[in-house]
Design a binder for this molecule. Structure first.
Ligand code: ZN
Length: 294
């Protein structure tokens, strides 16, 4: 009983202090940070505040993938890395620009190489213009690319791949071919609708294309920002469920149905998502994409 009560109090506390939108993808606070070994040298740090952070311990340094949402939460990750290797984090790769993946960058060492898609850098520069996020301006990406970047990281080949707009317009898949592992950021959510940031140029049709490209990789572990490690059949299932919804919404839109009618057909209610703010359902996103194109 006390544990339930504590959870409620902690939850309410976080809802009260976090600005609107902060709960976006981290959904609920905050499980203790833990590090899971994926393969030799490849780890994910889950829990804490924010998305999953990945890292690879190379021969001459550590490459990290996404920060947590706060500097303190990222410092916990850095402390966990220090238990595994004396090498510093020298390179950071960002899967996209959302705050729960980048707002903790200043918990990592200064002077890292920070690599992102050029659109992610643009979105971050916009967000970090806000006075309270001033300290993060020193952590804007200092290397960008558009389609593909192949890193030689101390002898390890790591591919950074952009398959077009999906969750945002700057999504990057971080692929370790030798270990058959890929970090896929927020291109897959499990147990909830995919989140598409239309205001960042995201698109559900692009998301299907991205998932199809991920399925072509020779990878058997896929690590997303907010779930346990996934396998290809889960990605395939997700892709098919999105395609199925797209087909249904398309048919209804072609009959001239309104958004309200389409939502009613899918029994979608305007209830707040976890975290108190209502995010549009996938059905609404698809409808908007279809009707805006015309
Ligand atoms: Zn995201």
């Amino acid at each position: 009983m006390t544990r339930v009560l504590l959870t409620i109090i902690v939850g309410a506390f976080f809802l009260a202090i976090l600005p609107l939108g902060s709960m976006l993808e981290s959904q609920m606070p905050t499980t203790p940070l833990s590090v899971e070994r994926i393969r030799d040298g490849i780890y994910m740090a889950k829990g804490g505040v924010g998305a999953n952070t990945g890292f690879f311990v190379g021969s001459q340094g550590v490459l990290a993938i996404d920060s947590k949402m706060t500097a303190d939460a990222s410092k916990q990750v850095v402390a966990e890395i220090a238990k595994l290797t004396p090498l510093p984090v020298v390179t950071m790769v960002l899967t996209h620009s959302d705050l729960d993946h980048v707002n903790g960058l200043n918990g990592f060492p200064q002077g890292m190489k920070i690599i992102a898609h050029e659109q992610t850098k643009a979105d971050m520069a916009k967000a970090f213009a806000e006075p309270s996020l001033q300290p993060l301006q020193a952590f804007l990406p200092n290397q960008t690319f558009t389609d593909k970047l192949v890193l030689d990281f101390g002898g390890e080949t790591i591919q950074l791949l952009h398959f077009g707009p999906a969750h945002t317009s700057g999504d990057v898949v971080v692929y370790f071919p030798k270990e058959k592992v890929a970090f896929i950021g927020d291109l897959a959510f499990i147990g909830r609708d995919p989140l598409i940031h239309l205001q960042k140029g995201g698109t559900s049709f692009g998301l299907v294309k991205n998932l199809a490209e991920i399925l072509k990789l020779d990878a058997d572990v896929l690590i997303s920002g907010h779930s346990d490690p996934l396998n290809k059949s889960q990605i395939d299932e997700l892709m098919k469920s999105i395609e199925d919804k797209q087909a249904k919404v398309k048919a209804l839109a072609a009959e001239g149905k309104s958004l309200a009618e389409v939502k009613a057909a899918f029994n979608i209610k305007d209830e707040p998502s976890p975290g108190g703010r209502r995010w549009p359902s996938l059905v609404e996103i698809i409808y908007q994409e279809l009707t805006e194109k015309k």
